[in-house]
Design a protein around this ligand. Sequence first.
Ligand SMILES: CSC[C@H]1O[C@H](OP(=O)(O)O)[C@H](O)[C@@H]1O
Length: 362
Amino acid sequence: MKIDGIPYRSVWVEPGDGWSIRIFDQTRLPWALDILRLTDAVQVAQAIRSMQVRGAPLIGAVAAYGVALALRQDASTENLERVVTELGATRPTAINLRWALARMRAALHNLPPGERVAAAYAEAAAICDDDAETCRRIGENGLPLIKAAARAGKCVNILTHCNAGWIATVDWGTALAPIYMAHDAGLPVHVWVDETRPRNQGAALTAWELGSHGVPHTVIADNAGGHLMQHGQVDLVIVGTDRVTRNGDVANKIGTYLKALAARDNGVPFWVALPHSTLDMSVADGVAEIPIEERDGAEVTDLTGRTADGRIETIRVAAAGSPAANPAFDVTPARLVTGLITERGRCDASEAGLRALYPEKG
Ligand SMILES: CSC[C@H]1O[C@H](OP(=O)(O)O)[C@H](O)[C@@H]1O
């Protein structure tokens, strides 16, 4: 996508040296556009853990380049296994991380060490190209839902949670891809942007993305969505996801489940956008089986923002001494999901629906 008219992806190889990796520091957005240069797998792991780079498809893509960086230093099988394990342990919920690392391992394991570095960069680049094209197709397959909701030129009000935009993927995004395409096609769309406590991916990242692209939007408190649905101000909900099970259960940012409940209670369609790399056909019961990342309670008790004089500061908003719990994801049961938007089309949130689109997935 473009920033000030300049096209960017959210991860790329530094053209100046041909091997280091560039990412945006997403903990500094929207107040600063800091581009980081990663030169080894330790830096990649830290960037993922600290959420300088985040978003299910993107952490998989960046981890893939982390494998290439590690092999530049030591292309042995032991080091390949080590870096796959270490990067795979950085965040537990998004299956894309494990999918990308498994794909890298499969592409490299049987090669002679001397061929592994070039092959690693090629496979990581292929993962990035696949993600960008996959997300573009998700946009195409989600667009008809917005067109169908546009009645006689009435603005379509879409609610989204967290950030599933181009900065959460290599390009285009998942939940936001259909919105970008609808906007670019001249359809009147408006987005209710859940702020998405505690890290405010919505208020900070989704609002920044949509504003940069000129898409009308309004930031709202996470708890406002149900009220807006009750008053007919939400035509549909589109969210991203970090893992979808074979029966259609959806892991996504904490708070998604509550939006799905409100949507069901108010008859609002609740759609989930995902690329193939987010599918986990090995899991049936998402609530019971998907590991939910527990992050530092300081993300709940503290808040980061920009002061009036432009400094980026973190302040405590909770009572001194009060502990905080911080589950970073929840699981929305398939029964609350209207349907899934994928690069291969739309389907029911069910095993039958997914197997019809992905017959090759075991
Ligand atoms: C394109 S799906 C992105 C997905 O990842 C986000 O989680 P995080 O910001 O913690 O990486 C959120 O769950 C989004 O829906």
